[in-house]
Ligand binder design. Structure first.
Ligand code: PGA
Length: 262
């Protein structure tokens, strides 16, 4: 069996100011320097205020950097918003869109997120679309429908040729954060299969090439099992990644498990 390329990312949310972000990134870069980036891609998504220094502190050949959100317009009367042109000027590689906290705390709709996805792709960013059902959706038995709607509306109007610029993170809302309960590997596998099938409906066979990451209370005790599931290409980690040494150990352990499959 050939080695599947794996992806490890973290969103620093509203934690770590400039100095903490820079030291975190430098430590992570140094600790992971021997990991072959053809086998494993690493990315970190700091807060806006740390982005400019972050770009100067590490090589994006080692650790790709991204923004947590972005406006769908390039410029205009949008007080408090950040334009894709501004993010491009910084030299960022990735834009994360539709994170659960954006959807559920700040009321972002599928339609809004679709506009952002189109703008991010147009501006050449690797676009990380986050999707996930709420606990209520799960209880009603409509998780698959919700995921399909989020994908089909999120990528509405996107050309199937853009697949190389796209990543998807599946993060069940009920699994995220300190009060979350991680999805079992079995549950995550099931939902990733639904997501993969939907991506292939949207992008044809290119849907198989889109990296699909699981997120939501990933931790050292569940990461290895999650990464081994067939449609899971990577892990999008919150709390368990915010200490560089811990993230490095989680990454290495998961890579070792994948290598054993060789
Ligand atoms: P968590 O966060 O790992 O702390 O649950 C995941 C996320 O929100 O991406």
């Amino acid at each position: 069996m050939s080695f599947k390329k794996v992806y490890f990312g973290t969103n620093l949310k509203m934690y770590k100011g400039v100095a903490d972000t820079v030291s975190y990134l430098k430590e992570l870069e140094q600790l992971t320097s021997d990991i072959d980036r053809n086998c494993a891609e690493l990315f970190v998504i700091p807060s806006y205020t740390a982005l400019s220094e972050a770009v100067c502190s590490v090589s994006q050949a080692q650790i790709l950097l991204g923004a947590q959100n972005m406006c769908w317009e390039e410029q205009g009367q949008f007080t408090g918003e950040i334009s894709p042109l501004m993010l491009r000027e910084l030299g960022l590689s990735i834009v994360e869109l539709g994170h659960s906290e954006r959807r559920h705390i700040f009321g972002e709709s599928n339609e809004m997120i679709n506009r952002k996805v189109c703008t991010a792709l147009k501006n050449g960013f690797k676009t990380l679309l986050c999707i996930g059902e709420t606990g209520e959706d799960k209880q009603y038995g409509i998780s698959d429908e919700v995921l399909r709607i989020q994908l089909k509306t999120g990528f509405y109007g996107v050309s199937d040729k853009m697949y190389g610029q796209i990543m998807v993170a599946y993060e069940p809302v009920w699994a995220i954060g300190a009060d979350g309960k991680p999805a079992s590997a079995e549950y995550a596998k099931e939902k990733h299969a639904v997501i993969r099938k939907t991506l292939c409906e949207i992008f044809g066979d290119n849907g198989y090439a889109i990296p699909l990451l699981y997120g939501g209370s990933v931790n050292p005790s569940n990461a290895d099992n999650l990464i081994l599931q067939p449609d899971i290409d990577g892990l999008f980690v919150g709390r368990s990644a915010w200490n560089a040494a811990d993230f490095n150990s989680l990454i290495r352990s998961a890579i070792d498990k994948v290598l054993l499959l060789r």
